[in-house]
Design a protein around this ligand. Structure first.
Ligand code: CP
Ligand code: NVA
Length: 306
């Protein structure tokens, strides 16, 4: 059966560990694997802006010997009235995998239901699982492991990063805390799925409104924009309620003395994170951004072997 990677729990804990081990190998020997030699193709479609995802997938696919067909979704027939299902069936005749950044998560599910090649979520409104593979790789590099470590995410608890950090972090055996203002808590369905994962791995998930309590003793602090792509005009106050959740030096001081700080980027400096923290010694955001390349190459290698 064709495997897809639409959300973090599409990989079992063992499979996630395999992909992360492969990511370390790929980083050490970037040009050792060329399964897409030919070249075979990967379709990479963007319905939203991107810098890191665009560059890392296109370069990664080239380094695997393949060719990336990178398109703005609005310029395809998807942007008119062709169905997602017909698109999935047709693209499967041209390429060996489909990578898609889009809005509703159901759109990715529709693509996966019709494609006969792996479909990879390059960010939806609900999940950003490729980012979290890179985040986990970065945590392993800096803290030696994931299992048993505590990770606190502060900000919009209902966005794609909060959901993927919870689900992906717990899959990796982490103790994940999501700290968000009232009305911005994670989706109950994602919390339920994360709790189910936690029972398998020994990890845990909790939602804590108080940011100071949430940050206390954390091994990893993470934040993300308060306004995700597509939320610019949703009518919610995405500033005032979030101010206490900013990662600044005071909040960082509450975390473990060796805590590292992650941010998927792009950052809104002075909002969710201060210059002093993102440019300071605890920040690993550039390693995190680089690891998008290695983690995604590993994921493609793994999916293409299935
Ligand atoms: N972190 C991330 O996905 O960045 P881009 O939006 O630039 O791809
Ligand atoms: N939550 C952000 C992540 C950007 C990489 C967004 O969806 O815009």
């Amino acid at each position: 059966m064709t495997r897809h990677f639409l959300r973090d729990d599409d990989l079992t804990p063992d499979e996630q560990a395999e992909v992360l081990a492969l990511a370390a190998e790929v980083k050490a020997a970037p040009f050792a694997n060329r399964p897409l030699e030919g070249p075979r193709g990967v379709g990479v479609i963007f319905d939203k802006n991107s810098t890191r995802t665009r560059f890392s997938f296109e370069m990664g696919i080239a380094q695997l010997g393949g060719h990336a067909v990178v398109v703005d979704g609005t310029t395809t027939q998807l942007g008119r009235d062709e169905t997602i299902e017909d698109t999935g069936r047709v693209l499967s005749r041209y390429v060996d995998a489909i990578v898609w950044r889009t809005f509703g998560h159901d759109r990715l599910e529709a693509m996966a239901s019709s494609a006969t090649v792996p479909v990879v979520n390059a960010l939806s409104d609900t999940f950003h699982p490729c980012q979290v593979l890179a985040d986990l790789q970065t945590i392993i590099e800096h803290r030696g492991r994931t299992a048993g470590l505590s990770m606190t995410y502060l900000g919009d608890g209902a966005n794609n990063m909060a959901h993927s950090l919870a689900l992906g972090g717990v899959t990796a055996g982490m103790h994940v805390t999501i700290s968000a203002p009232q009305g911005f808590e994670p989706a109950p369905e994602v919390v339920t799925a994360t709790e189910a994962r936690a029972r398998e791995t020994g990890g845990s998930v909790r939602v804590v409104t108080d940011p100071d309590k949430a940050a206390e003793g954390a091994d990893v602090l993470v934040t993300d924009t308060w306004t995700s792509m597509g939320q610019e005009t949703d009518g919610k106050d995405r500033h005032g309620p979030f101010l206490p959740y900013q990662i600044n030096e005071d909040l960082l001081a509450r975390a473990d003395a060796n805590a590292i700080v992650l941010h998927c980027l792009p950052a809104h400096r002075g909002e969710e994170i201060t210059d002093a923290v993102i440019d300071g010694p605890a920040s690993v955001v550039l390693d995190e951004a680089e690891n998008r390349l290695h983690a995604q190459k590993a994921l493609l290698l793994w999916l293409l072997r299935k």
